[in-house]
Design a protein around this ligand. Structure first.
Ligand SMILES: *[C@@H]1O[C@H](CO)[C@@H](O)[C@H](O)[C@H]1NC(C)=O
Ligand SMILES: *[C@@H]1O[C@H](CO)[C@@H](O)[C@H](O)[C@H]1NC(C)=O
Ligand SMILES: *[C@@H]1O[C@H](CO)[C@@H](O)[C@H](O)[C@H]1NC(C)=O
Ligand SMILES: [Zn+2]
Length: 499
């Protein structure tokens, strides 16, 4: 009940409220739209056929996300990577992203790229000896029974395999040393040190396998091939450059090891001239003293002199929380900073305000060309500004960060923030062989559906690929981008025509 005057007042205020509400609604939508306009990739302009392809891709993506939103227990990306790495390969969207030209792979470690099945197959080579110890295994290629230390006994791997009585079981036990993938990762890998310990054991166990010179060369050739098959056209590979050996007792030092890579690259380029190329980042272990870092730099100087076109620069590797912080070597590295390009790992940590977190500042002060991971940088507004000013790109490895326990639910990965704020990122995969991922496709796939906004579309994918070219050290970017555009157009046409 209301009097005439009061009733008309109601009507008037309702009209005003509607107007008000319209304004608020517009404001709300504008805010969201402006934010989307700032997002990484939104400056890309799409052609008509790209728009068409985008529709198809976004239908697949939103279907997956919207189903997960309603049924979170079925959402792959909030789970452990090992629960879905295999089955997603059959999805249409995964296949599209596999076929998509992804540009360059700029953060990967040379002996962690190929699958455990590949490594297992290497143990079928002749002249391989094995020494089984409790929870450990030693390999060595040799013409005669090795004399190297062994807590049990050296035996020919071939004989051990055939006398085991069950080859399948024998191989399954070996394969476990070549992967981090297990059924119950959350129970076994209880903290970052637990998973890193298993991770490092892989490198220790496989070093004598891979540093056998013929295998060293085969592995690199097959890596390049796997990248090409994954539609990657260029690589910057990090290596500790171990001493190689052969069956005749010869040893090959760091420079020879690099030469070995250069030779294989040249062969590969001859066999596959459509591949753009590869460069080397010398990345020895960080858990050392000043004098060793000085030795490293001496070697780096020689590498630069001997392989001016192949050598890209210098980095240090190993678990940042445990290894020496970069600050320990700051002076040494600072003195050499005009001689080399640096590509430091930094901020691969959850420990805010610790020495490993502060590695980010050292990397930036040292004019690093890119930062490996930069996971912790969201907590450092000034470092983000500095990185922006110096045009330093972040090499983000989402799957690695999940498996190595920096983030539980991939939706909370800081890459979501990097993308929202249009920071300079490239996507890479670190050591995909250890988590049984494709060289680069899984990282793009997880980024696209699991990390980026529901609204992020093909523009994001294209920008990620283009950035990997722009932030590489390849000398002829125009050629690279031209080649990329050709392949991209072909890719788009295939999607559109398949409709
Ligand atoms: C993102 O930043 C880059 C330069 O760092 C710029 O070229 C690009 O236009 C920016 N994108 C958007 C959507 O603002
Ligand atoms: C992962 O995603 C696929 C494709 O959407 C789906 O079929 C599967 O059930 C999901 N896996 C899990 C563990 O939820
Ligand atoms: C390296 O030298 C600096 C002084 O130049 C010193 O502060 C630091 O502790 C040394 N680091 C190591 C790992 O020896
Ligand atoms: Zn790395």
């Amino acid at each position: 009940m209301c009097t005439a005057i009061l009733c008309s007042l109601f009507v008037i205020s309702a009209v005003f409220a509607d107007d008000d509400f319209e304004t608020i609604l517009r404001k709300r939508n504008n805010l969201l739209q402006e934010e989307l306009n700032m997002m990484f990739g939104s400056d890309i302009m799409l052609s008509d056929s790209e728009e068409q392809a985008n529709k198809i891709i976004m239908e697949l993506k939103t279907k997956e996300i919207d189903y997960g939103f309603g049924n979170p227990h079925h959402f792959n990306f909030s789970k452990h990577f090992f629960e879905y790495n295999d089955e997603v390969k059959d999805t249409e969207l995964f296949k599209l992203i596999k076929a998509m030209p992804k540009g360059a792979m700029l953060h990967a470690h040379d002996t962690g790229i190929l699958s455990p099945d590949y490594v297992l197959a290497l143990t079928y080579k002749d002249n391989l000896f094995v020494c089984f110890e409790e929870d450990n295994i030693n390999f060595l290629f040799s013409l005669e029974t090795p004399t190297a230390s062994c807590k049990t006994v050296w035996q020919s791997l071939k004989e051990a395999r055939y006398s085991s009585g069950n080859i399948e079981k024998f191989d399954a036990a070996l394969r476990k040393y070549f992967t981090l993938v297990i059924k119950n990762p959350n129970q076994v890998y209880t903290d970052i040190n637990a998973v890193w310990s298993k991770f490092q054991q892989y490198f220790i166990v496989t070093t004598p396998l891979f540093s056998f010179k013929p295998i060293w060369e085969q592995y690199f050739y097959d890596t390049l091939k796997a990248l090409r098959d994954d539609n990657v056209m260029y690589l910057e590979i990090r290596s500790v450059l171990p001493t190689l050996y052969d069956l005749h007792g010869s040893k090959y030092d760091t420079i020879d090891t690099a030469a070995s890579y250069k030779k294989v690259l040249d062969e590969f380029m001859e066999d596959y001239p459509d591949f753009i190329g590869a460069k080397l980042i010398y990345a020895p272990l960080r858990s050392v003293d000043n004098n060793t870092v000085k030795e490293y730099l001496k070697i780096a100087r020689e590498l630069k002199k001997k392989f001016p076109d192949f050598f890209a620069g210098f980095d240090l590797v190993g678990q940042e929380d445990l290894g020496a912080p970069t600050k320990e070597f700051l002076q040494t590295l600072y003195e050499a900073k005009d001689e080399f390009e640096y590509f430091f790992h930094a901020g691969e940590t959850n420990w805010y305000g610790t020495s490993s977190d502060e590695n980010l500042a050292d990397a930036i002060i040292l004019n690093t060309r890119r930062i490996g991971h930069a996971f912790a940088i969201t907590k450092h507004p000034l470092l983000i500004e500095e990185a922006r000013k110096k045009d330093i790109a972040f090499e983000v490895n989402v799957v690695s960060n999940k498996v190595l326990k920096l983030v539980e639910d991939i939706r909370n990965h800081p890459l979501a923030v990097f993308l929202a704020q249009n920071l300079t990122v490239v996507i890479s995969s670190d050591d995909p062989g250890l988590w049984e991922a494709e060289p680069l496709t899984h990282d793009f796939y997880v980024t696209f559906i699991g990390v980026a906004s529901r609204h992020a579309d093909i523009k994001l994918l294209k920008k990620l690929a283009l950035n990997s070219l722009y932030y590489s050290t390849y000398h002829n970017k125009d050629k690279m981008v031209y080649e990329f555009e050709k392949r991209w157009t072909k890719f788009i046409n295939t999607i559109v025509q398949d409709q």
